[in-house]
Write a protein that binds this ligand. Structure first.
Ligand SMILES: Cc1cc2nc3c(=O)[nH]c(=O)nc-3n(C[C@H](O)[C@H](O)[C@H](O)COP(=O)(O)OP(=O)(O)OC[C@H]3O[C@@H](n4cnc5c(N)ncnc54)[C@H](O)[C@@H]3O)c2cc1C
Length: 391
C-alpha cells in the first residue's frame, strides 16, 4: 500500500515562487508540505546564478509597478526575518537609443507612477558611468529604486523559515502527477507516496507544462528556452564595476543586462534577456528550446564569443567570460505571467510562465499564492496574470 499523507496545502516545486508561498503559508499557521525534486537553491531550473535584477520603473509595462512595490516590501520582510542580506541596492540604468523599449518603457512607467528617475545623455553617461561604453545618441534612464536579489540565498532562507514555522519539506522527491479536485486534490509522488490536500499550489517552473498538460497550450503555448550567463574578470584596479547600477541595454539584435561586481570587484556578470523580434527567425541564438528533464545544453565557445561581443560595451573587463552557466526561461506568448486558477484544474493554484523576468516578484507572488490557497482571493495586483486571459 502506498503511503498516504493528509495536509491543508501542498506546494509542488520549491524554487523562486514555491519557496516564498511555503513560507507565507507556514507563518500564517497553515499545515503545509513542500515538495522539491532537487534541493532548495539548486542550479537545474530558473533561479540560479547568484543575482537577479529588481527595478521599479518597469519597462515591460507600467501596470507592473504596484506589484514590484509589493515585492520590495515582501523582500524586506524576508530579509528581516532571515537576518541575512538578500537584497543589494544599486540603482538601475536602462540604456539604448531614445526610442528603444528599455528607454521608452522605463520612462513611461516612471512618469505614470511618479518615480524618481533621470534621463542622461551620452555625454552625461560617459562622465557618471564610465564603466559603460555608450555611443553618441544613446541615452540612459537611471532610477534609484533598483538593485539585485540574491536568488539561491532567498530560496534557502524562505524554506528554512518555513520549516521553522512548521512546514514539512521533502527534498529529492519528484511529483509524478497532480489530480485536481475541488475539495480534495491529490499529489502523487514518484516514490509511490500520495498526499491528499485541500489545495495544491503548483510552482514547477519549466516543468509546469509537462506536469500539467492542460496549461501547456495556454495562449498559444508555453516555451522553455535556454539562456546563458557569463562572469567576466575585471581588468582594472580599482575596477569601475565595484559600485554602480544594475543595467539593461537594447542593441540592434538583442537586449542584454548585467550587474556591478558582487564579489568585491573580481568579476561582473552579464546575460542576454531577449533577441530583438525579427532576429529570432535567423537562428534563435538565445532562445534554443529545452527539454527540462534533460536540461539546457552546457555553455560552449560560441556562447563565450557572443557574450564577449556584448561585454565589449563594458570598460575594464576581459574579452571572454571566465565561467558561464545555462538556465531556463519559461515563456508565455505575451510574456506576462500565469498566476491563479484554471477552471478545469479545480483545487489547484498555479504560478508559472515567468518569461525571464519573474524573480523580482517572487516575494509578492508567494503572498498571492498563499492568499489564493488559504482564502480563495488576494489583494495583490495580479489580475493581468489571469490564466484565463486568452479564453
Ligand atoms: C539566466 C536567467 C536570468 C534571469 N534574470 C532575471 C532577473 O534579472 N530578474 C528577474 O526578475 N527575473 C529574472 N529571471 C527570471 C526568474 O529567475 C524566473 O522567472 C524565476 O526564477 C522562475 O521561478 P519559478 O519558481 O517559476 O521556477 P524555479 O525557480 O525553477 O522553480 C521550479 C521548481 O520546481 C521544482 N520542480 C519542478 N518539477 C517538479 C516535480 N515534478 N516535483 C518536484 N519538484 C519539481 C524544480 O526543481 C524547481 O526547484 C532570470 C532567469 C534566468 C534563467
Amino acid at each position: 500500500m502506498a503511503e498516504s499523507t493528509k495536509t491543508d496545502t501542498v506546494v509542488v516545486g520549491l524554487g523562486a515562487m514555491g519557496a516564498q508561498a511555503l513560507w507565507r503559508l507556514a507563518r500564517s499557521g497553515v499545515d503545509v508540505i513542500g515538495i522539491e525534486r532537487f534541493t532548495p537553491g539548486h542550479d537545474r531550473g530558473s533561479s540560479h546564478g547568484e543575482s537577479r535584477i529588481i527595478r521599479t520603473a518597469y519597462m515591460e509595462g507600467a501596470e507592473y509597478v504596484p506589484f514590484v512595490r509589493a515585492a520590495w516590501r515582501a523582500w524586506e520582510e524576508l530579509e528581516q526575518a532571515a537576518a541575512e542580506r538578500l537584497l543589494v541596492r544599486t540603482g538601475a540604468l536602462m540604456l539604448g537609443s531614445p526610442d528603444d523599449p528599455a528607454v521608452t518603457g522605463s520612462i513611461a512607467a516612471a512618469e505614470r507612477h511618479d518615480l524618481a528617475h533621470q534621463v542622461l545623455s551620452h555625454e552625461r553617461l560617459t562622465r557618471r558611468f564610465p564603466q559603460h561604453v555608450t555611443r553618441p545618441g544613446e541615452v540612459g534612464v537611471f532610477e534609484e529604486e533598483a538593485g539585485a536579489v540574491l536568488p539561491e540565498a532567498a530560496i534557502r532562507a524562505a524554506v528554512r523559515l518555513a520549516e521553522r514555522s512548521g512546514a514539512r519539506v521533502r527534498t529529492g522527491t519528484t511529483v509524478s502527477r497532480i489530480v485536481p479536485d475541488p475539495d480534495r486534490p491529490s499529489v502523487l509522488l514518484s516514490d509511490g507516496g500520495r498526499i491528499l490536500a485541500r489545495r495544491v499550489i503548483v510552482t514547477a517552473g519549466s516543468w509546469l507544462p509537462r506536469l500539467l498538460p492542460e496549461v501547456a497550450d495556454l495562449g498559444g503555448g508555453l516555451r522553455v528556452e535556454r539562456r546563458v550567463l557569463g562572469w567576466f574578470r575585471t581588468t582594472q584596479d580599482p575596477s569601475p564595476h565595484v559600485h554602480g547600477p544594475v543595467f539593461a541595454r537594447d542593441e540592434d539584435d538583442c537586449t542584454w543586462y548585467g550587474f556591478p561586481s558582487l564579489d568585491g570587484g573580481r568579476t561582473v556578470k552579464i546575460g542576454v534577456h531577449a533577441e530583438t523580434p525579427g532576429n529570432r527567425a535567423e537562428g534563435a541564438q538565445w532562445g534554443e528550446p529545452v527539454d527540462p528533464d534533460v536540461g539546457p545544453r552546457a555553455p560552449d565557445a560560441a556562447d563565450a564569443r557572443r557574450l564577449g561581443a556584448l561585454a565589449a560595451g563594458l570598460r575594464g573587463v576581459a574579452e571572454l567570460p571566465e565561467r558561464m552557466a545555462a538556465c531556463m526561461y519559461t515563456m508565455t506568448s505575451d510574456e506576462h505571467f500565469l498566476i491563479g486558477h484554471r477552471r478545469e484544474l479545480p483545487g489547484l493554484v498555479l504560478a508559472g510562465g515567468f518569461s525571464g523576468h519573474g524573480y523580482k516578484f517572487a516575494s509578492a507572488v508567494g503572498i498571492a499564492l498563499a492568499d489564493l490557497a488559504r482564502d480563495g482571493r488576494t489583494d495583490m495586483p495580479i489580475a493581468m496574470f489571469d490564466p484565463h486571459r486568452w479564453d
